[in-house]
Design a protein around this ligand. Structure first.
Ligand code: DSN
Length: 422
């Protein structure tokens, strides 16, 4: 769209070599490293293509058949398709695919069901909850009276007795169940019983485990929770986006909360990519992928434990491990830095009742969705655990970290990263 390119058809590499080079470097980095960030994954080429389509050009405030702009024939069909496929994948009565991401999806739930100042409950951030479940630095902890619950001191499992006691005492309007750093299954039915007893709306945030739920390896909250929120880019392996799934009786409250309550035009390219991802989630191979995530997390956990690592709750039922680095004599942050140098990408993370500060906590969080997408299995988990142990014992040995990074790269070459053409 310069004088020499009125059609805007010049490729990115020529229009903006600087941005192009940075994207290429990211592609190389994602290909050549073992990515263990529990919330990350590899979207397929098909998902990436839909995301990068002309749908980005359209404005579509409203919902299919009820838009404020003309020219919506394709957009309406795309959104209908995304909604229908998501309903099929999750068995939901109603789906809204317009939230821009997980935090706006959760805000829409507040807007639909709670007034400012009313009481809500969610798992506290230091115990593995999410900021938007009422943590004090988030708008959700400032605009609502938030009563966080936690995990038990002895086994670090969600303390359902405490949830019940706090709910009886504070009579919340809304109870969140859902986590970002919790390695165990969530007992949705137990939360339902408590919510019913105090007359609360039950919201399940399955952002982390949506792919496991879709793949049948984690119990589903559909039909149990009143409303379910999810991001579409974590274990679900779609584009950066979100969805809200709910019972029909809450459909119009949720839809009105998303638009016009919180957002303007939906990101139509994302909607198309959600449709693609939901189509992929209906394939038998998605079930295999979901099972591989959990199998790998268990195998990685067992291999790490055998090498003296301490796993919070002693293991995992899902896609992630929370590791207390204290027995290894290194903090989570310097360890995550050293791992990164060795080609293994994870994030430092607080552990429950962490004596250290949030920016320098005791733990690291490890997830297996991305390496499961590459097709790695238990044998590779053994190798990764061995490298992780070597890094923990030699975090400043640059030559050793370089050697490991080289070995990691070789392993990665044997398991090409989905969606990336090098
Ligand atoms: N940033 C996400 C995660 O890493 O868990 C939560 O929003």
């Amino acid at each position: 769209m310069t004088k020499r390119d009125p059609q805007g058809l010049t490729p990115l590499a020529d229009v903006d070599p600087e941005v192009f080079a940075l994207i290429r470097r990211e592609e190389k980095a994602e290909s050549e490293t073992v990515r263990l960030i529990a919330s990350e994954n590899y979207a397929s080429r098909a998902v990436l293509e839909a995301t990068a389509s002309v749908l980005t050009n359209k404005y579509s405030e409203g919902y299919p058949g009820k838009r404020y702009y003309e020219g919506q024939k394709q957009i309406d069909e795309i959104e209908e398709l995304a909604r229908a496929r998501m309903k099929t994948v999750f068995g939901a009565e109603h789906v809204n695919v317009q939230p821009y991401s997980g935090s706006p999806a959760n805000l829409a739930v507040y807007l639909a069901f709670v007034k400012p100042g009313e009481t809500i409950m969610g798992l506290g951030l230091p115990a593995g909850g999410h900021l938007t479940h009422g943590w004090n630095v988030s708008i959700t902890g400032k605009f609502f009276n938030s009563v966080p619950y936690g995990v038990r001191q002895d086994d670090h499992r969600i303390d359902m007795d405490q949830v019940r006691d706090l709910a009886r005492q504070h009579r919340p309007k809304l109870i969140w169940c859902g986590t970002t750093a919790y390695p165990r299954t969530i007992d949705f039915a137990a939360f339902r019983t408590i919510a019913d007893e105090v007359g609360a709306i039950l919201a399940a945030d399955i952002a982390h485990i949506a792919g496991l739920v879709a793949g049948g390896v984690h119990p589903s909250p559909i039909g149990i929770a009143d409303v379910v929120t999810m991001t579409t880019h974590k274990t679900f392996r779609g584009p950066r986006g979100a969805a809200i799934l709910c019972k029909s009786q809450h459909a119009s409250a949720i839809d009105r909360a998303v638009f016009p309550g919180l957002q303007g035009g939906p990101h139509n390219a994302t909607t198309a990519a959600i449709a693609v991802a939901a189509g992929e989630a209906q394939q038998p191979s998605f079930k295999e992928y979901a099972a591989r995530i959990v199998e790998n997390a268990r195998a990685l956990g067992a291999a790490l434990e055998a090498k003296g690592f301490r796993l919070i709750t002693g293991g995992t039922d899902n896609h992630l491990l929370l590791v207390d680095m204290t027995p290894k004599g290194i903090g989570g942050k310097p360890y995550a830095r050293a791992l990164d140098r060795a080609g293994i990408v994870a994030n430092y993370n607080a552990i429950p009742f962490d004596p250290r500060k949030p920016m320098d906590p005791s733990g690291v969080r490890l997830g297996t969705p991305a390496i499961a997408s590459r097709g790695m299995g238990p044998a590779e988990m053994e190798r990764i655990a061995a490298w992780m142990a070597e890094v923990a014992e030699n975090p400043q040995d640059e030559a050793r970290l370089d050697r490991i990074a080289g070995e990691v790269k070789e392993l990665c070459q044997a398991f090409p990263a989905p969606g990336i053409i090098l």
